[in-house]
Design a binder for this molecule. Structure first.
Ligand SMILES: Cc1ncc(C[n+]2csc(CCOP(=O)(O)OP(=O)(O)O)c2C)c(N)n1
Ligand code: SF4
Ligand SMILES: [Mg+2]
Length: 303
């Protein structure tokens, strides 16, 4: 097989198989594909109830070529902590333990176990794919749903702001925190590769557009993901924290948008998605405030 530049940068072998039960255009499984390419076969995934517990499928028809441990909704990070200790006790120190869960499972109901594992600096990777609602049960709002988004529990559009999860995790002082996106696979892959070689608690917050939940055409997943970055809504960054201090950087694709003048209008991103079809100017302003708050927060690490 002819090698391309892409092959030099990204592992060719797929541990996520085609023909699985995700929806067409699913940003979550697209991201998992690159996460597993970076982690490799010596990985056990811990999955709480979510779309991923559906698209993983049922043994022996699983679409994922590594071992999977399904857990109750709230307990994924606690289960992963115990699993890692057991593996080390048995001499399998090099096996990666990855929590792969949604925003409902890890940002809302499982936040306590994520925060507890971070505080204990457990040697695990927690990755949340953020599709901004409880999709598997029929698009209910989560703490990570943005203002104005219509879900089946917010008919007039959500009123509250989006929970600033990656920043909360950064403040836990853990060795590695990064944001990533299904629309930027190389950036995601490189971050997971880096995280794999760091000891202790590592957190990845991955933007994962969901065509049926966000109401856009399933060919537009990458377009929507890119617009989220180009409008400054989703900022790609990474932070390594050691005894010598914090090393924070804005990742390449987001760097042009440090300058607000270079950002695309937020409306370009919103109007592609049916979930924002009735959004009011007040709620658009709430999203703009969320964007400004994020950039203000980040700037203190760049000075
Ligand atoms: C304690 C408990 N409450 C509710 C449920 C039902 N449930 C299963 S998956 C799910 C939604 C998960 O949402 P999220 O974590 O965002 O993942 P997504 O479905 O979006 O992939 C819910 C509410 C459950 N399994 N357990
Ligand atoms: S509902 Fe959304 S997150 Fe769930 S499998 Fe379909 S596209 Fe993926
Ligand atoms: Mg979700």
């Amino acid at each position: 097989m002819t090698k391309t530049i892409y092959d030099e940068l990204i592992e060719r072998e797929d541990l996520v198989l085609p023909g699985n039960t995700s929806c067409p255009g699913c940003g979550s499984i697209l991201a998992l594909r690159y996460v597993l390419k970076a982690l490799g076969k010596d990985t056990i995934i811990v999955i709480p109830a979510s779309c991923s517990s559906v698209y993983q499928a049922i043994f022996p028809y699983s679409s994922i070529k590594v071992h999977i441990f399904n857990t109750a909704f709230a307990s994924a990070a606690a289960v992963a902590s115990g699993l890692k200790h057991a593996l080390v006790a048995k001499g399998y120190d090099d096996v990666n333990v990855l929590v792969w869960g949604g925003d409902g499972g890890l940002i809302d109901i499982g936040f306590a176990t994520v925060s507890g594992a971070a505080e204990r600096n457990e040697d695990i990777i927690v990755a949340v794919y953020d599709n901004e609602a409880y999709m598997n049960t029929g698009i209910q709002r989560s703490g990570s749903t943005p203002p104005g988004a219509i879900t089946t529990t917010t008919y007039a559009g959500k009123s509250e702001e989006k929970k600033p999860m990656p920043y909360l995790m950064l403040l836990h002082g853990v060795p590695y925190v990064a944001t990533a996106s299904s629309g930027y696979p190389l950036d995601l892959y490189q971050k997971v590769k880096k995280a794999r070689n760091i000891h202790g608690f590592r957190f990845l917050h991955i933007f994962a557009p969901c065509p049926p939940g966000w109401r856009f055409d399933d060919s537009k997943t990458v377009t929507v993901a890119k617009l989220a970055v180009e409008t400054g809504y989703w900022i790609l960054w990474e932070a390594e924290q050691t005894d010598h201090g914090l090393n924070f950087s804005i990742s390449g694709p987001s760097r042009p948008y440090i300058d607000p003048a270079r950002r695309k209008p937020l409306e370009d991103y919103l109007m592609l998605q049916g979930r924002f079809r009735d959004i009011s100017p007040e709620k658009i302003n709430l999203i703009k405030k969320y964007i400004d708050n994020q950039w203000e927060f980040i700037k203190r690490f760049l000075e």
